[in-house]
Design a protein around this ligand. Structure first.
Ligand code: SF4
Length: 616
């Protein structure tokens, strides 16, 4: 390994909102080499600040914005950043990443990370720019939606080339799954980091500047990028053509897309509306790319009121479409814009509404709480607004998340969550690896390890040993698949690399080249697995310290109940069998705790004593 640390500033801003001050700290080199950046470094830092006693909405919770060594360089598909905290939705790790301009501009601000602690006594936003931090009054934009607030912040600051990560009314009103919104459509979502910002009176984090750290070999990096762009220009890449939007129709065929709150395995009446012609002309009038990405997977649409905006992605289409029995693409686009403006996570919002529709149908919710009918566009629009503003009992309840709402209504059998997080739009009955992925993912019910793409689409990644497509309805080799994909994913979220890149023709070998040219590290695919495993175990230990054990590695009843129709009819994954194999391969004990053998010396030496005593 090279003696100098390339790709990093080695500077982190430690910001205290209670005192309205900050200090710049220099992290030791070994921390970067051990935990890389992004969510990995974020959790390594968070360990020092957050415990089981930390109230996610208390001033003692900490939220950390991070970039990685590749962010802001010519390494393809790396315009991305991460945000970690303790989640108000799950009381466990909140981690998330988002693409677009914010990541590279955070890098240019001169900081590898912004550690934000305490609570401001009035609404503020933070400006991180060219090596300094400023606290700005946000009283006049508190209450505004994310689109309005973004426009005003940018206009009033009058600085060139800045980007803002903003919360909307949902974050201010502490909806437990409130998101952080960049560029009016790129979100850090799922686990309520937007609400953590709201609890701190922090409306936005704004970044920019001109400081980029030196890379190890600029010429090789540039040549590699040019060669990759050339190669991809000659390659047929379905993700580039179809985005994620074509997947609703095809994944409904697999019964992977859930229908009617996970109750049905097909939706003949609605499916036709999601055909490619309709989707293409409504959602993809042109394509858009994140900086430094030759794939350009995002769809841009023309919206009647907002003009050209980012079109909904697969997850949003599925959750506001088949999950609610709505087949109107324009209405789904309206919901997408609405949740982005309000700063809500689309998967959790749509899932909460689907849960409410079924609970209403089955009598758990009576009319005094509210009327919410399958397929009603008006009911959904009203409920989205009410959730964000916490108006009315039902919406308030749904803003607490599906698990809490189900407990209070006695409707646990209708809730589809894992570790308190609403499960995304991939049914484990249609691809058994998803069952294991959900049960063991540090975020809870999260799909971002993409294991099901091996079973459903034949995705292989030979460099990490995922070299053949597995049968979707068996448990054989699923533990091995899930571990390999999770380790790769943990590393990607730390670099920070967009995992869609792997679906768009960028190989792990390309990624290794990029890491080498940026950092100068002499690495190979074995390093990917070793570091990925370290980062994954770190996150597991973080959650264990917050109370997680084997008893939480489970799926809700609905996902273990056979579907009565569709191509996954009568199929139910044997989760316990896969978990047993998974624990064995991960070298976790019967409690679901990593053993000393599972943890390398680098991680073990870093862990505080209260973590070490957990490890046998
Ligand atoms: S693959 Fe898509 S989401 Fe990922 S960096 Fe490229 S344009 Fe952005």
């Amino acid at each position: 390994m090279s003696g100098k640390l390339y790709g990093y500033h080695r500077k982190v801003a430690d910001i205290n909102l209670s005192l309205m001050n900050y200090r710049v700290i220099e992290l030791p080199e070994y921390l970067y080499k051990a935990f890389i950046g992004g969510s990995g470094l974020g959790v390594a830092l968070l360990i020092k600040y957050v415990s089981i006693h930390t109230d996610p909405y208390g001033s003692d919770n900490t939220i950390i914005y991070l970039v990685g060594p590749l962010t802001g360089t010519l390494a393809a598909s790396t315009a991305r950043f991460a945000v970690v905290s303790k989640s108000p939705l799950t009381n466990l790790l909140a981690e998330g990443t988002a693409g677009g301009r914010f990541g590279p501009l955070l890098k240019k601000s001169g900081f590898d990370a912004l550690i934000i602690r305490g609570k401001a006594d009035k609404p503020i936003f933070i400006l991180a720019y060219d090596g300094y931090i400023e606290f700005k009054d946000a009283s006049s934009i508190w209450g505004l939606d994310t689109f309005e607030a973004t426009d005003i912040i940018k206009r009033d600051l009058g600085l060139n080339d800045i980007e803002a990560a903003v919360i909307g009314p949902a974050g201010e009103n502490l909806v437990r799954y409130a998101s952080i919104v960049c560029e009016k459509g790129r979100l850090v979502g799922r686990l309520g980091q937007g609400a953590v910002m709201g609890s701190k009176n922090l409306k936005a984090v704004v970044v920019g500047g001109e400081r980029n750290p030196e890379v190890f070999d600029d010429d090789k990096l540039r040549n590699k990028y040019v060669e990759l762009v050339k190669r991809l220009s000659k390659t047929y890449i379905p993700l580039r053509v179809y985005g994620t939007q074509a997947s609703v129709a095809s994944l409904l065929e697999f019964s992977d897309t859930p229908v009617k709150n996970w109750s049905l395995g097909m939706w003949e009446e609605g499916q036709e509306k999601f055909n490619w012609d309709n989707v293409n002309k409504t959602y993809r009038i042109r394509r858009r790319a994140c900086p430094s990405c030759p794939i350009a997977c995002e769809g841009v649409m023309e919206h009647d009121e907002e003009g050209r905006v980012k079109a909904p992605e697969y997850e949003t289409m599925a959750v506001f479409g088949p999950m609610l029995l709505i087949d109107d693409l324009k209405a789904i686009a309206d919901f997408n814009i609405l949740v982005n403006k309000l700063g809500l996570d689309s998967i959790s919002t749509g899932s909460a509404i689907a849960f409410a529709m079924e609970a209403y149908e089955k009598g758990y919710i009576d009319e005094s709480l509210g009327i919410i009918r399958w397929g009603s566009i008006d009911d959904v629009r009203r409920l989205i607004l009410d959730i964000a503003y916490r108006r009315g009992k039902l919406a308030y309840l749904l803003g607490e998340g599906v698990s809490r709402a189900a407990n209070l209504l006695g409707a646990e059998e209708l809730a589809v969550t894992v570790k308190g997080l609403e499960v995304p739009m991939h049914d484990p009955r249609a691809a058994f690896s998803s069952a294991l992925m959900y049960a063991t993912q540090p975020r809870g019910g999260s799909h971002t390890d993409f294991t099901y793409l091996n079973e459903l689409r034949g995705l292989t990644i030979p460099e990490i040993g995922v070299d053949r497509q597995l049968d979707r309805f068996t448990t054989v080799d699923k533990a091995d698949l899930v571990i390999k994909m999770q380790n790769l994913s943990a590393l990607a979220d730390s670099l920070v690399f967009c995992k869609f890149g792997l679906l768009g023709g960028i190989t792990v070998s390309d990624l290794i080249d990029f890491i080498r040219y940026v950092t100068g590290w002499d690495i190979n695919s074995k390093w990917i697995h070793e570091v990925g495993s370290r980062l994954f175990n770190l996150k597991r230990l973080f959650n264990i310290r917050l109370g997680v054990s084997n008893k939480d590695d489970k799926l809700p009843k609905k996902l273990l109940t056979p579907l009565k129709e569709g191509s996954a009819k009568d199929m139910v994954p044997d989760l316990n069998k896969m978990l047993k194999e998974y624990y064995k391969l991960r070298k976790w004990d019967e409690r679901g705790y990593p053993t000393r053998e599972a943890i390398d010396d680098i991680l073990y030496d870093y862990l505080p004593d209260d973590y070490k005593i957990l490890i046998k």
